[in-house]
Design a protein around this ligand. Structure first.
Ligand code: URA
Length: 245
């Protein structure tokens, strides 16, 4: 994670880009114990040691983002042909190593979390952690309580058996139905495959929540924002990285 010294300091929230340039030129900033006066020099924010006015600072740039993923973009770091979720974030997030936590299909909308913390990313996806994800699905055909029972019993999907999942039917029409399901795994096309297993094609899929975080109703499709401290702490707890209060 190589960054220009002025960008690194500004990302840490120590001051504006022009303030930090003044500090650097004034000899107030050291890297690995050596005063650096050139704001444009690049350093590794993950391993180099940053000091401001003689005091060592925690120089790790860790950011967490919530996005309302729109339909039509891939959840991938990059793609030669198609737009990806990373293209919706300013380039600095790529340079500090922010990555999506798991994936949503190209046509799926809803909450997508990004983090620069590789350990947290890994833990949130670990099958053993049982992090809940709530999806709203518009399906073809009429959903019934029998389908809810099948979801609760754990569906056989060929290569694996899905864990017991809650299915709440919101509207059961003759042609289409609306329902929410909460799953604790994240296998490829899992929700679509679960509905297909009970004979209903998913026409639209939207993720409403990821672990403790609900999609911010203020966000429009394609919008994003950084997580608050409380949200970050809740996510860290879900990842087993912080004690419950
Ligand atoms: N399950 C799916 O089938 N698709 C998604 O995008 C997410 C979960």
């Amino acid at each position: 994670m190589k960054l220009r010294l002025d960008r690194w300091l500004a990302l840490l929230g120590t001051g504006s880009r022009s303030e930090v340039k003044t500090w650097i030129r004034g000899g107030e900033v050291a890297v690995n114990g050596r005063i650096i006066r050139d704001p444009a020099l690049s350093f590794d924010a993950a391993s180099d040691v940053l000091s401001l006015r003689g005091k060592e600072t925690d120089g790790r740039v860790i950011r967490h983002v919530m996005m309302f993923k729109p339909a039509g973009v891939l959840t991938a770091a990059r793609d030669p042909k198609q737009p990806t979720v990373m293209d919706l974030l300013p380039p600095v997030y790529r340079s500090i190593g922010c990555m999506p936590v798991g994936r949503l299909d190209k046509d799926t909308t809803g909450i997508l979390i990004f983090t620069c913390d590789g350990e947290m990313n890994h833990r949130l996806l670990s099958p053993g952690r049982h992090v809940e994800k709530r999806y709203r699905a518009l399906t073809e055909g009429k959903l019934t309580e029998k389908d809810a029972e099948a979801f609760a019993a754990g569906l056989e999907l060929g290569d694996f058996t899905a864990r017991s999942a809650k299915l709440t039917i919101l509207k059961a029409g003759e042609d289409t139905s609306l329902a929410e399901t909460v799953i604790t795994e994240g296998k490829f096309h899992q929700v679509k495959r679960m509905f297909a297993a009970v004979g209903h094609e998913v026409l639209e899929l939207h993720r409403c929540s990821f672990g403790p975080l609900e999609l911010d109703p203020e966000l429009r499709e394609g919008d994003w924002r950084e997580l608050s401290e409380a949200e970050t702490s809740a996510l860290r707890k879900a990842a087993g990285m912080e004690e419950e209060a």
